[in-house]
Design a protein around this ligand. Structure first.
Ligand code: AMP
Length: 138
């Protein structure tokens, strides 16, 4: 059975999309640790990030780098924090979270409560900035 993230990629389940290409997809986490919390996934359904082949792993990281750059431009923050856990959804995903201090990378604190309009606005802003990013290798 397809993972929930594959169903998002297929358009069967809605998402606040930020960017995609033929291999990767980025969208807002529905239960954000902070506004702008984004997930970056390979379209290929592989559960564990370190089971990706080298090319796909590096491609995912380069795609995530561009998304992180776009988040930083769209959301005022000191850095964009990175986390990979994947214990909930068995489809590789990189969490990108705008942070100002270490304590902001806290998955156990109360989640940010945003309206659909606010989520859509944030996604549009990050998405716009993604268009201006590029990577030397990507
Ligand atoms: P984990 O597998 O522990 O890294 O966490 C899975 C993440 O996916 C959580 O932060 C969820 O809020 C997020 N998530 C689950 N379902 C959706 C969805 N339909 N759209 C966006 N994010 C989701």
């Amino acid at each position: 059975m397809a993972t929930i993230f594959s169903r998002i990629v297929a358009g069967e389940i809605p998402s606040y999309k930020i960017a995609e290409d033929d291999k990767y997809y980025a969208f807002l986490d529905i239960n954000p640790v902070a506004p702008g919390h984004t997930l970056v996934i390979p379209k290929n359904e592989v559960d564990y990030i370190f089971d990706l082949n080298d090319e796909e792993y590096l491609g995912l990281q380069l795609f995530a780098k561009r998304v992180a750059e776009a988040i930083k431009q769209a959301i005022p923050c000191t850095r964009v924090g990175v986390a990979v856990m994947g214990l909930e959804v068995p489809h590789t995903h990189i969490h990108l979270i705008p942070i100002n201090k270490e304590a902001d990378m806290n998955f156990f604190k109360e989640k940010a409560s945003l309206t659909q309009e606010e989520m859509a606005e944030i996604a549009a802003k990050i998405s716009q900035n993604f268009g201006n990013t590029q990577s030397e290798l990507y």
